[in-house]
Design a protein around this ligand. Structure first.
Ligand code: SAH
Ligand code: SF4
Length: 353
């Protein structure tokens, strides 16, 4: 494996002493960051403001190649674009770009695979391979910004909802957001980011205490412990009472709305009883519910409900003053829908891609 450091793992503060050691003035660090994040340069030879000596010096210690694309799939309507990458250590990850009317939203991975084992999720079915570093997360964003730049566009939103559980890779995830948020980085406002979590209570409390403007989404999917534990093993460790207490704390500290995600599974969590329990759980919270009709995965036999059932569930919540939307089914045909991201082998095994 490549033993040079990945340049996107380093902040300006980290780089400054190194440049000092090389007798380079501090503004060179600023120029390096501008090159990486404003000009989206990906090769040391693009850095023409630098002398050849400095370019050599940098490339002795650092690499710019974090992840390499091995497969690209674009949905037939052109609205969804998925890339399978490998990290330098050979771990797979996937990234999905979704075009909406005025938005380009990128769904990035925080881990290769996931160790949480939610049974309805393709990434959970694949198991945990590795945490991604901050630089490996940033590289997914830069890759797509380079593609969009060809049409004079750029990413407007980033959701950390790809492979992996971001709160199990907390520090690297926050660091990646910090770099992208930095005015000398991509300068993307914190409100443009969303972290989606299965609900790891200690990390959620840590996140609340940081009082950031980053959006939070909680993958709830069931409103009582018996049902939730059947599909989400971590619910046994952090039951709903603890998870909801952490959500209330977040709400109290940040005054921000929380999105609750609910993958609707036919005859499992799509009945009025669950809708009613959900309303009770969310009492007093500024909440929004996102209903996602279950996307098919290889190892889970569940199905999405019929459309009347989905609308009924939604109407019940709306009647009870909980804003609720049905998530557009995006990218199902290219296995890029929620919970469908998995390695090539798992997808090919079922001839889904
Ligand atoms: N680990 C994080 C983020 C990645 S999963 C989390 O669990 O929140 C992104 C979202 O896809 C989560 O809301 C997850 O519950 C949902 N999801 C997983 N599998 C799904 C499936 N088969 N159909 C619909 N949504 C699914
Ligand atoms: Fe991991 Fe999220 Fe999938 Fe659960 S739903 S296995 S936490 S990626």
């Amino acid at each position: 494996m490549e033993d040079r450091k990945l340049v996107y793992d380093y902040s300006r503060e980290d780089l400054t002493p190194l440049f000092q050691e090389w007798n380079e003035p501090p503004y060179r660090v600023k120029q390096l960051w501008e090159g990486l994040y404003r000009h989206l340069w990906e090769d040391i030879n693009d850095f023409t403001p630098f002398s050849i000596e400095l370019r050599d010096r940098i490339s002795q210690d650092f690499t710019f190649q974090a992840i390499h694309p091995v497969r690209e799939i674009v949905s037939p309507d052109g609205e969804t674009h998925k890339t399978l990458f490998y990290t330098r250590s050979g771990n797979p990850l996937e990234t999905v770009l979704m075009h909406y009317k005025n938005r380009h939203t990128l769904c990035i991975s925080s881990q290769s695979g996931c160790g949480m084992g939610c049974i309805f999720c393709a990434t959970g079915q694949m198991g945990f391979k590795a945490n991604l570093s901050c630089g490996e997360m940033i590289a997914q964003v830069l890759y797509y910004n380079r593609i969009l730049a060809q049409d004079g566009q750029k990413l407007t939103n980033i959701v950390i909802m790809g492979m992996g559980e971001p709160l199990n890779n907390f520090d690297q995830t926050i660091k990646a957001i910090d770099f992208l948020n930095d005015p000398q980085g991509l300068n993307m406002g914190e409100r443009r980011f969303t972290i989606s979590t299965v609900g790891l209570v200690p990390q959620l409390n840590r996140f609340s205490e940081m009082n950031r403007q980053i959006n939070l989404a909680i993958s709830l999917h069931a409103a009582d412990d018996d049902l939730r534990s059947k599909i989400i093993p971590i619910n046994r460790k952090y039951p709903l009472s603890e998870l909801m207490a952490a959500c209330r704390k977040y709400s109290k500290v940040t005054h921000r709305r929380i999105t609750f995600e609910w993958a609707l599974i036919r005859d499992f969590n799509d009945d009025p009883g669950q809708a009613q329990k959900l309303v009770n759980l969310l009492k007093g919270l500024i909440a929004h519910v996102n209903l996602i009709p279950l996307n098919p995965t290889v190892l889970f036999p569940g199905k999405p409900p019929r459309s009347e059932r989905i609308t009924q569930f939604q109407q019940y919540l709306i009647k009870n003053h909980i804003p609720c939307t049905i998530r557009l089914r995006r990218g199902i045909d290219i296995q890029a829908g929620c919970g469908q991201l998995a390695t090539k082998n798992l997808s090919e095994q079922n001839k889904l891609c």
